[in-house]
Design a protein around this ligand. Structure first.
Ligand code: CA
Length: 242
């Protein structure tokens, strides 16, 4: 996919006639942090302790959903149990503790440089995540200093990805419309959400999910790494920020 083809497809899908990039809406797990390995481990531990069958791989597919939605879905499908909001919140607290106990996840290679380059080009960055993992939120300003103008997290949304709500909230926080926003994602449900919100949605393969799966979910463009993304940024900006 060339950048020119990608923007033509975007115009066809959204009906927009122009693009004027002002805002990057940036996912957290798998984009800022190499955290999915620990999330999937923590999820399996929580499910096993509660007698719910699962595999580690399946949790990569749920990436982007809120913790509460994952818990409700797994308990319903795995044990026929309807979990209340309060029960889901309590179970999510346990999962968050398991996650914290696994140590601090590494940063995704190249994301900081990419976001700094975007900021230098006059593009504001807004964090958009379905996560409620406080131990990561506490690190962001230190690991990504002066990058984010606003944050949308699980506390701000009713419906997680693939629903477009998190990205629509991110657009509102940035005072931007779809044809002013670039979404940066690594997972199919997140790509679906960005695409449905009418944003130009870029997928980056930072884990086991393939390029093909991200295009299938609706990505306008997919890069193999953050460094590849940064290398193409000047060309992308001539098209998205004329
Ligand atoms: Ca993600």
């Amino acid at each position: 996919m060339t950048i020119q083809n990608a923007i033509e497809n975007y115009f066809k899908f959204t009906g927009a006639k122009s693009f004027n990039l002002t805002t990057a809406l940036v996912d957290m797990d798998g984009v800022l942090y190499d955290s999915m390995k620990n999330h999937t481990r923590a999820w399996v531990k929580l499910m096993k302790k509660n007698g719910i069958k699962c595999t580690r791989d399946e949790f990569y597919l749920y990436e982007g959903m809120t913790g509460s939605d994952i818990i409700k879905m797994k308990f319903k499908n795995g044990a026929g149990k309807n979990i209340t909001d309060d029960e889901a919140a309590a179970l999510y607290k346990v999962k968050s503790r398991y996650f914290s106990e696994l140590g601090e996840p590494e940063l995704i290679q190249g994301t900081l440089s990419l976001l700094q380059a975007l900021k230098q080009a006059g593009v504001q960055c807004v964090l958009v995540t379905g996560s409620g993992q406080q131990s990561i939120f506490d690190r962001i300003d230190n690991d990504y200093p002066e990058i984010f103008a606003a944050r949308i997290t699980s506390a701000d949304i009713k419906r997680g990805k693939p629903n477009p709500e998190p990205y629509l909230k991110g657009m509102a926080a940035g005072g931007a419309r779809g044809n002013e926003c670039l979404v940066i994602e690594n997972a199919p449900l997140g790509v679906q959400a960005g695409h449905a919100a009418g944003c130009f949605t870029v997928g980056v393969t930072t884990g086991p999910i393939t390029e093909k799966e991200l295009y299938k979910a609706g990505a306008d463009l997919v890069f193999k790494s953050m460094d590849d993304f940064t290398a193409s940024l000047p060309e992308l900006l001539t098209i998205l920020k004329p």
